[in-house]
Design a protein around this ligand. Sequence first.
Ligand code: PHE
Length: 397
Amino acid sequence: MEKKRTQFSSKIGFILAAAGSAVGLGNIWRFPYLAAKYGGGTFLFTYVILALTVGFALLVSETALGRKTGNNPIKAYKILGAKKLKIGGWLNSIIPMLIVPYYCVVGGWVCKYLFEYLRGSSQILTQDTYFSNFIANPISPAFWLVVFAVLTFIVVIKGVEKGIEKVSKILMPILVVIAIFISIYGLMTPGAIEGLKYYIIPDFSKFSIMTVIAAMGQMFYSLSIGMGILFTYGSYMKKVVDMEKAISQVEIMDTLIAFLAGLMIIPAVFAFSGKDSLNAGASLMFITMPKVFNSLQLGGFIGGVFFLLVLFAALTSAISLMECSVATLMEQFHISRKKAALAMIIEMLALGIPISLGYGVLGWIQPLGMTLLDFFDFVTNSCMMPISALCTALLII
Ligand code: PHE
């Protein structure tokens, strides 16, 4: 299989692919709701410190291991003779398989919102109960999950990396411009300045061990570390490329977009929904943003463009999650890309459908007192990724 390994043609190819994987729902959906929940500035501060230190070191380590061994994590660990750390290689491979099903659930929510904007019914999205009714519906969330999962599947099976790379070059800058525009607009709304203060000024009385755990989980998630993605991408990287420089660009881009998303959403929460909504969790973006768009002239159009770009960012990340899982299955079980992709889509639907219904008909299933989505999110980000990252760190020393 090794002979099939492709290479990025240039540094920018690596940067775009890695940034496409890194920038996604983690930045636009997950970061703002965690920051809102865990004390605003306190969370932001903890996150940035972690990302610039531990995060950067791990990004470089994983890419270097992938580039050196030219292989998937399971084999990379094997090549380096780390018998005792074998679990690290497996964890790195299993985590994306557990993330991608619930990632597709949220991707499905984005598709649904985009659909409503496209057909001109953005007004109903501003109702307070719209989102909770939608996710509690017995069919709709599962339907939209399937739509998103199939979109991801089509791209992975076709392997249209070139197309994706080209499109990200255009769409990512548009996403940044729209985020800046919405942030400025949001900040000019009465009440927003209080939100801005909450978001950027740390209040250490709010600091707790949970802040660190949440920020660390977010760092792994957002930078796509601890799950084999960078092993794979590193293995596609030419040896002449200045790796550290390329990685710092990826990291800056990822952190900047997360920061902008927070800037766009948190002050708007203060202005449009009131402070009480800070704890809304996973639903924050879906409840607040339609209200912001509704108050704008041409809001229906801007909202549509916004959700389209979120969908695109989500899709490039979901593709990287699925692509890595497919690559691992192909190499470990010596099966074709088609078979591996089929196995993955079956797994994604088998886990994703129950997760998507976890706010409604399957709401009674509450492992550790959490909804199914929160449970998968917690187990992968806060439990498994720190262990797999620790293994990688041990492997390096
Ligand atoms: N980093 C992506 C995001 O922020 C999610 C992701 C996680 C992608 C893990 C690939 C691997 O949305």
